[in-house]
Design a protein around this ligand. Sequence first.
Ligand SMILES: [Zn+2]
Length: 419
Amino acid sequence: MARPDRRINLAVARAIPPILLCIVVYACYVVTRPLCIDYLIHPLPKYHRGSRVGAGVAILVVFYLLILIVITTYLRLLYNVSRDPGLLPRASPPTKAEEPTEPSDRRHRKKGGHRRPQTAEKSDSSDEDVERGVGYNANGGAFPLDTSGLENFYTKDVFVCQEDGRPLYCSTCCIYKPDRAHHCREVDRCVRKMDHFCPWVGGVVSETSFKFFIQFVFYVLLFCAFSLIICATFTAEIKRQTRGANVHLAIGIGLSSLFGLFGLGMTLSSVQLAMLNLTTIENLNRRSAVWTLAIRVPSAMLSRLNPESRWAPTFRTITYPLPPTPLDPEAAATYQPPGERHVFAILQTLPGENPFDLGSPFQNLQQVLGHSIFDWFLPLKQSPCANRKSTETFYELGPVVSRLKKEAGLEPRTQQNPT
Ligand SMILES: [Zn+2]
């Protein structure tokens, strides 16, 4: 049974689109009939003024153009939220026979559904096995049998991981979570680069729809600003001339002020998040979040990972593929995976650093809105950050990761000057 807050969110999500539709229809009526036709184009006798066809037609053209843009971006947003929300596939939970033979304190996280809340990291510091020092190769830990899907991570060069080097795990979906994915309780699935559950569109705003969300709230802001200006201007004029007011125009002022403020707030906060390359969820603890990253050790440096080398690393490592499990710790220590080895350094950012910040607000905005002026304003093309063509990372990474690599000696420059 759905939790009460989840049920409320879903109920609100279903109720809002019809309410929005009613408001839009009413706004069209107010501007078309009482304002443009009855006051400007064919003024009613009570107004005692001549016809102003030009002004009436101009207002109608701009108004319907704006409302067309709002509806188009809303439909594009709705389409992506419902058809391509970036949900990750769920895996079947392990059967009884496959349950890990680990102490019960490790198993409880599966039974409990969600693990305790993660920081932006996102470090899952509950794993004591990650504190075993430099060179320790995690051998499974909390979910020792679950190695399916790991190849999607260790074939990349950098991914967000737990403190033991394994990717973050969702114990509800039973999958390893790609960078920036978050479990959404309303849809009960992990969602790629989830931003928030939006009742305005009845779904999850994520990497595939955040751009259209920004465009929608921006055009709502423009539409409301225009509606407010014309309603307020002609209300003042009518009041001066007749000492009365048109009730529809007065309601129009109220509605456009209300939704205009909403549009302004949402536009400013969404654009700010895009400029910082953060999601709403990541923004919650952005000043204290510590990201743990698995960064590939270049193959030319693998020989130097020997603890007896003069170049003994200062970081912990993890080697993929992980050993088959169950396996005793001794065997894990000497385990040599068949085929290619993928060795990763486990490094952490400083609190408040964002590895996805590309270093300039403009570049961060481009990741969401696109690279041309048409992409920024037309709800056509998908965000560049949602095209998962890169084989090296889930999302483009910024100077924080370059600095971590440099400090750990993983940059090619160090490679050219071996000790
Ligand atoms: Zn999940």
